[in-house]
Write a protein that binds this ligand. Structure first.
Ligand SMILES: N#Cc1c(-c2ccc3ccn(Cc4ccc(CN5CCCCC5)cc4)c3c2)n[nH]c1N
Length: 239
């Protein structure tokens, strides 16, 4: 997968040199390039913003540098991903869709956002997705791109050592994860649930599913309501 990220803060993406994303870059699973938007400015001050038409707070990112940047990095197979407070909520399903694509371009806005005509003009030559991480306000799109890059890269074949990690993911199954434990068996007078040390894989699977259902019902009633009723096992906490 090829990924191009355009930002006025390219150093924000140093974390993408680390851990499994860094390894995916090193092995060629991920071809990631980060670009400074100011590369495509033409004035001595390298200006990327201006005042908003119609008034209002803050500044808006000018179209010319963005158009030149997108022209430079685009390819026939590219899709443009634009984090925005006004975007559609980004979900695990979106991560799976993006992980199947050959070329992603991320446009990281700042200030009050990018001149809308940049997105409109890009949409005439490639698919454009405006996405939001959630109902809170960030300074810009960079952090969202780092989150999306983690969600997408971990789905690429060969990135996660244990493929099972993907098959058991509860978000994929529409439930929250069950609690996890490791050694020691007792810690500050708190014991690991006996079922997890029983070696009875059927009991363990039932316990985990029950815990997932209980957690989802308590913390994400929206998710729980969408869970197919025919899939609901009887709660068996004593599994
Ligand atoms: N993904 C994601 C995000 C973002 C995100 C993503 C990309 C950019 C680019 C710039 N910003 C900053 C910003 C902040 C507020 C507003 C709204 N204005 C506020 C003042 C009155 C007018 C409207 C616009 C732009 C961004 C924020 N925030 N939260 C998410 N889940």
């Amino acid at each position: 997968m090829r990924v191009d990220i355009v930002s006025i803060f390219p150093d924000y993406f140093a974390p993408l040199d680390l851990s499994l994303i860094g390894k995916a870059r090193g092995t060629g699973l991920l071809d990631l390039s980060v670009h400074d938007l100011r590369t495509w400015t033409s004035d001595v001050h390298r200006t990327v913003d201006d005042t908003p038409y119609g008034g209002g707070p803050g500044m808006v990112m000018r179209p010319e540098p963005w158009a030149a940047a997108l022209d430079a990095v685009a390819s026939p197979a590219a899709q443009l991903i634009v984090p925005s407070p006004a975007g559609r909520p980004f979900t695990q399903a979106d991560a799976h869709e993006l992980a199947e694509l050959p070329h992603l371009i991320f446009a990281c806005g700042r200030y009050e956002g990018i001149d809308q005509r940049v997105l409109d003009e890009a949409a005439a030559r490639m698919p454009v997705r405006e996405v939001s991480l959630g109902d809170y306000v960030l300074f810009g799109g960079e952090v969202a791109v780092i989150v999306i890059m983690e969600a997408v890269t971990r789905l690429l074949p060969g990135v996660l050592g244990n493929a099972d990690s993907l098959t058991e993911e509860s978000h994929a199954a529409g439930l929250l994860e069950a609690p996890v434990y490791t050694k020691p068996a007792s810690w500050r007078d708190r014991a690991v649930p006996e079922v997890l040390r029983s070696g009875d894989h059927g009991r363990i699977a039932r316990w985990r599913r029950t815990e997932s259902l209980l957690r989802t019902a308590a913390r994400r009633p929206d998710m729980f309501a969408a869970y197919p009723p025919e899939s609901l096992d009887k709660f068996d906490r004593a599994a």
